[in-house]
Design a protein around this ligand. Sequence first.
Ligand code: SF4
Length: 201
Amino acid sequence: MEMKEIKYEVLPHGSLVREVTIKNIRPCIATEGKVRVLMQLDAPLEKILPSLSTKYPPGKVNFVERKNILTISIYNRLITLYPSGKVTMNKTLDKEDAVEVITQIMETINQLHDDMDEMDTKETPDISRIGPMDIYNCLPQSNCQECGETTCMAFAFKLLSGDQKLENCLPLQEPWHQDQVTCLEKLLGVPMMNTLGWNGY
Ligand code: SF4
């Protein structure tokens, strides 16, 4: 039996997305006892998705540029956003859980939409192609362990997976490491630098 669609107006003052409609709930194939939820937002996301990918650590996103489809791995689940505003979410407890998580993403979408005029999306690097070695090449490479990791390479891996923050590499804050900061800015772009915990010293 087809379930009745349920509409939630979660962000009545949002600049782009305000409502989410739950269209379907099915058992999750990946995890027993959880569900897979199909949702629809009330606005297309085609212009937002490339920028939205910079709001999460590179290791937690997969952006398929050719199709403009973004998958985010957060809260132990995969959330896929399509240009039409369609969203799928697996490993979810129930519809309330799905609405809570998608509302957080919708808040980020609206913030991005508000900032859109100021952003030059052409200058946003393709972060899906950035690997740990790219990050490592921009780090001080002293293995000083001030960040709590045993090596700069370990730090690079954890940074990409969202388990470390750039601000924890204290040597980067020293003026003589400005070249490394510039290297990271070129590699990641300032929005992604901020997402990864850089506050601009
Ligand atoms: S604090 Fe920075 S330089 Fe030191 S080990 Fe960590 S990443 Fe490398």
